[in-house]
Design a binder for this molecule. Structure first.
Ligand code: HEC
Length: 719
C-alpha cells in the first residue's frame, strides 16, 4: 500500500510521521495518488468573492486571520464549552525544522497549507495530516544575522490555485497549490541590506501584499503589492521618507519628512518596517497595516532635533489598488523604546453609545489598547491594558500619549513597562462578536534603557541605541532570581467598549501563543509551558488541556471537513523571547518540537515520548582576561551577540549556550567562528566586520567569566 494512502487511514502510524523528515523538497513525483486526489477538485480556489464572504464558509480558514477583518473568530461550535472535554488528538505531523513555529495554517477545501522555520511550506491532507507536497526555498542559514527574532515564518496566503510565501531572505515565491512547483519568484528587497521577511502575505483583488523586517539593522521599511499572476510589482508604499535629496515618492513622504531630523548614518531615513499586521475592509476599500520602530530605537540619536518621525509606530490606511495614502494614526510619536505598531489589527462593527461604529482595534507594544474609527482614523478611545510606566494616559483631545518625565532615558537610565518586546507582540489576539471581548496574549515585564556613552552605528547588526549593559540582567544571581516573578504573561479578555479588563488567566511566564475564539464559547491558546488549553470565552474558566511537549507560540485555527470540526495548532518553541531571555525560559518550553497538532471530538491520539535533557555542560578554562577586557567584552556581547545567544550569555538553548562552548579553550577556533564565520552554514555569521581580534577575545573573556559563574552556581564547591 502506498504510504500516502496508509497515512490517510492511519495518520498516527509511525511511517507517516517519518515522511516529513525524509521528504525532499517538492516531493511530488513520488506521491501521484495524493496529488491527483488533491488536483481532482480545483485546489486553493480562493478569489475575492470567497474571501469577502469568508464568514459564510466557517469550514474553511482561507486567509491569515480567517477573514479580511482578521478577527480569528469561527462560528463553528461542534466543539463547545460542554463537548470540549472529549477533544483529543486526531493527527500530528512532524515538521523538519528545530526553530520557532509561528504559522497560522490555512485550510481550503480539505487541504492545509502552512510554513515552518526557514520559510518552508507544507501542504497536508487536513483530515489525515498526510503530506501532499513540501517546498524548501533553501534559505542560507546565516541570513538569521539580520533576523531579530529567530528563523520564523507566520504562514502563507492562497489565491486562485497558488500559494504565496515570503522567504526569510526577502523573496516572495508563488507555488502551484496542487504540486508545490514554483510558478514565479521575485526578490522584494535589496539583498545587500539587512532585510528579512517573517510575515504572512495577504491577497486583495489579485495583488499579493508583503512587507519586511529589519528596522534596527538599518533598512527603510515599506509594503509592496505584486500581481498574483505575473509577480510584477504594482505599487510600493514606503513608511519613512528616505534621503530628501533624492526627492519624495509621494505627498505622504513629504509630510513625513517634516516630522524628523536626520543625523548621519542612522536616521529617520531608515526604520518603520511593516513586518506583520494587515487587515482589509472591502466596503471602504481600505487596507490597514502596522508600522514598526526606528533605526535605532533611541530617537535622541536618530532624530536629535526631536519630532514624531512619521510613520514609525503608526497604523496606516491606503488604497489596495494603488497604495495611495488615506489616513494614519501614530500610537507612539517619536518612538524610542522599540514600541512598534505592527501588532495584530482587528476590524469589527461594534455598538458604541447606541451607534454601530466601524472600528479598528490594536493592542500594540506600547501597552495601550486603541479603538479607532477605521473610516478616517479618528481615535475613539484608548486605555492601557497592562500597567505601564512610560506614559500616564492618552490625551483624547490630541490623540497623543502623555509621557512620564525621564521615560526617554536621555537624562539617565529608566526602567520602563512594557519592555521592548511589548505588552503584546506578534502573537495574534482574537475577537468574539458573541462575548464582545478581545483575547490578548499579554506580556508583562520591564526593561531598562539608557543613553549609550558612545553610539556606533553598525548596519547589519541590531542597533538599539540604548546602552547594552544597562539593558542587561543584574550580575548577582540573587537579584536575577528576584526578577523572575516580574516576568509575567497572561491571557487577558478585554472589553473594547468599556476599555476594561473582563477576566484574566495568569500564565507561568511570558511568551504564550496567539488565540482563537469560537461560537462554542471557547478561547484556545497554547502556552510557553507546553500546554494547549481551552477556556470558556465568557469567564475564562479552564475547561481542557493537552500536553504539547514544547512551548507554543503560534495561534490555533479551526475548520470542518465532512461535518467534523477540527482544531489545529502549530507548536514549536522559539522567537525573540526564547532567544534573548534564556535566563527565564521555563524548562517546560524545551525542546523545540516542531509539529502540527490537530484535534477533534472523540479522538485519542498520543505523541511519542521525547528524550531531551536541557543542560549546559560547564567546562571553562581559567580566566586570563583583565577586568577591562571582560567589561569591553560584556558591552560588545550585549550589542552584537545577545539577540541570539541570550542576555548575559544565558541561552534559551535553541542556539548554543556559549558558556558551554569548547571554543573557550581554543582561541584560534573562537576567532575563526566569531570573526571569519567558520560555522556560517549553520547560522553563525561572521562578525569580523565589527570585531577585531582583540575585541573577539574580549568577548571570550566575558563568556569565560559567565561560564565560571554558571559553573559555581551549578556545582557549589563543597566546604
Ligand atoms: C543571528 C544569530 C547569532 C548571532 C547574532 C551570534 N551567533 Fe553565535 N551562533 C549562532 C548559531 C545558530 C550557532 C550554532 C552554529 C552551529 O550549530 O554550528 C552559533 C554558534 C556560536 C559559537 C560556537 C558554539 C559551539 O561551541 O558550538 C560561538 C563561539 C559563537 N556562536 C559566538 C558568537 C559570538 C561571540 C557572537 C557575537 C559576536 C555571536 N556568536 C553572535 C547564532 C548567532
Amino acid at each position: 500500500m502506498r504510504t500516502a494512502v496508509l497515512c490517510a487511514l492511519l495518520p498516527l502510524f509511525a511511517a507517516c510521521q517519518q515522511k516529513a523528515a525524509e521528504a525532499p523538497s517538492q516531493d511530488v513525483e513520488s506521491e501521484p495518488a495524493a496529488v491527483a486526489a488533491a488536483a481532482a477538485a480545483a485546489v486553493a480556489a480562493v478569489d475575492s468573492e470567497r474571501l469577502v464572504a469568508a464568514d459564510s464558509e466557517p469550514g474553511n480558514w482561507m486567509s491569515y486571520g480567517r477573514t479580511y477583518s482578521e478577527q480569528r473568530y469561527s462560528s463553528l461550535k461542534q466543539v463547545n464549552d460542554s463537548s470540549v472535554e472529549d477533544l483529543g488528538l486526531a493527527w500530528y505531523f512532524d515538521l523538519d525544522t528545530e526553530r520557532g513555529i509561528e504559522a497560522t495554517s490555512i485550510v481550503v477545501d480539505g487541504v492545509m497549507y502552512l510554513t515552518s522555520a526557514w520559510s518552508k511550506v507544507y501542504a497536508l491532507d487536513a483530515a489525515s495530516g498526510a503530506l501532499l507536497w513540501s517546498y524548501d526555498p533553501g534559505v542560507k542559514k546565516d541570513v538569521t544575522r539580520h533576523a531579530c527574532c529567530d528563523a520564523v515564518n507566520r504562514g502563507v496566503a492562497v489565491w486562485e490555485g497558488q500559494v504565496f510565501v515570503g522567504v526569510l531572505d526577502g523573496r516572495l515565491v508563488a507555488l502551484d497549490a496542487a504540486t508545490g512547483a514554483v510558478n514565479w519568484e521575485v526578490v522584494t528587497v535589496d539583498q545587500s541590506k539587512p532585510y528579512t521577511i517573517t510575515g504572512a502575505p495577504r491577497v486583495i483583488k489579485g495583488k499579493v501584499l508583503i512587507g519586511n523586517g529589519g528596522a534596527e539593522y538599518g533598512v527603510r521599511g515599506y509594503l509592496s503589492a505584486y500581481d498574483a499572476d505575473s509577480g510584477a510589482m504594482v505599487w510600493r508604499f514606503y513608511t519613512v521618507p528616505g534621503n530628501p535629496e533624492l526627492g519624495f515618492e509621494n505627498a505622504a513622504m513629504e509630510m513625513a519628512a517634516k516630522t524628523g531630523t536626520a543625523s548621519g548614518g542612522n536616521s529617520v531615513e531608515e526604520g518603520g518596517t511593516v513586518w506583520d499586521a494587515m487587515a482589509y475592509d472591502p466596503e471602504l476599500d481600505l487596507l490597514y497595516f502596522g508600522v514598526g520602530n526606528g533605526t535605532p530605537w533611541n530617537r535622541e540619536i536618530r532624530s536629535p532635533g526631536g519630532g514624531d518621525n512619521l510613520f514609525l509606530s503608526s497604523i496606516v490606511a491606503v488604497r489596495p489598488d494603488t497604495g495611495e495614502y488615506v489616513w494614519h494614526y501614530q500610537t507612539t510619536p517619536g518612538e524610542t523604546w522599540d514600541y512598534t505598531a505592527t501588532q495584530h489589527i482587528i476590524l469589527a462593527d461594534i455598538e458604541l453609545e447606541g451607534k454601530t461604529r466601524k472600528v479598528l482595534m490594536q493592542a500594540p507594544k506600547n501597552g495601550f489598547f486603541y479603538l479607532i474609527d477605521r473610516t478616517d482614523g479618528t481615535l475613539l478611545s484608548a486605555n492601557n491594558y497592562i500597567d505601564i510606566t512610560w506614559a500616564t494616559h492618552v490625551d483624547m483631545a490630541t490623540g497623543r500619549p502623555v509621557e512620564v518625565e525621564g521615560a526617554r532615558y536621555t537624562e539617565g537610565p529608566f526602567t520602563v513597562y512594557p519592555s521592548y518586546l511589548g505588552g503584546h507582540n506578534w502573537h495574534p489576539m482574537s475577537y468574539s462578536p458573541d462575548t464582545g471581548l478581545v483575547y490578548i496574549p499579554v506580556l508583562d515585564f520591564p526593561a531598562a534603557y539608557g543613553q549609550p556613552e558612545a553610539f556606533i552605528y553598525r548596519p547589519g547588526v541590531a542597533n538599539t541605541g540604548s546602552d547594552g549593559i544597562i539593558g542587561s540582567l543584574p550580575d548577582a544571581q540573587a537579584e536575577r532570581d528576584a526578577m523572575r516573578p516580574l516576568m509575567k504573561g497572561r491571557l487577558l479578555a478585554w472589553d473594547p467598549v468599556t476599555q476594561r479588563e473582563a477576566w484574566r488567566v495568569e500564565h507561568d511566564g511570558p511568551w504564550n501563543g496567539g488565540t482563537l475564539t469560537t461560537a462554542g464559547n471557547l478561547v484556545f491558546q497554547g502556552t510557553a509551558d507546553g500546554k494547549f488549553v481551552a477556556y470558556r470565552a465568557d469567564n475564562g474558566e479552564r475547561l481542557w488541556d493537552f500536553p504539547t511537549q514544547t512551548g507554543v507560540v503560534a495561534p490555533p485555527m479551526t475548520y470542518a471537513i465532512d461535518g467534523e470540526q477540527y482544531i489545529s495548532v502549530n507548536v514549536g518553541w522559539g522567537g525573540a523571547y526564547a532567544l534573548v531571555f534564556g535566563e527565564f525560559v521555563t524548562p517546560a518550553s524545551l525542546p523545540n518540537v516542531s509539529r502540527v497538532l490537530t484535534f477533534k471530538l472523540g479522538a485519542d491520539g498520543k505523541l511519542p515520548q521525547p528524550d531531551w535533557q536541557p543542560r549546559v555542560v560547564f567546562n571553562p578554562p581559567a580566566q586570563t582576561g583583565s577586568e577591562e577586557s571582560i567589561r569591553e567584552g560584556y558591552a560588545l556581547y550585549q550589542d552584537i551577540c545577545m539577540g541570539c545567544h541570550g542576555l548575559n550569555a544565558v541561552s534559551g538553548l535553541l542556539i548554543p549556550d556559549l558558556r558551554g562552548s569548547a571554543y573557550l579553550h581554543d582561541p584560534a577556533g573562537w576567532n575563526a567562528v566569531v570573526r571569519d564565520g567558520a560555522l556560517k552554514a549553520n547560522g553563525m555569521a561572521a562578525f569580523g566586520q565589527w570585531l577585531d581580534e582583540s575585541q573577539a577575545a574580549a568577548i571570550r573573556d566575558y563568556i569565560i567569566q559567565q561560564a565560571r559563574r554558571g559553573q559555581s552556581l551549578q556545582q557549589p564547591p563543597a566546604e
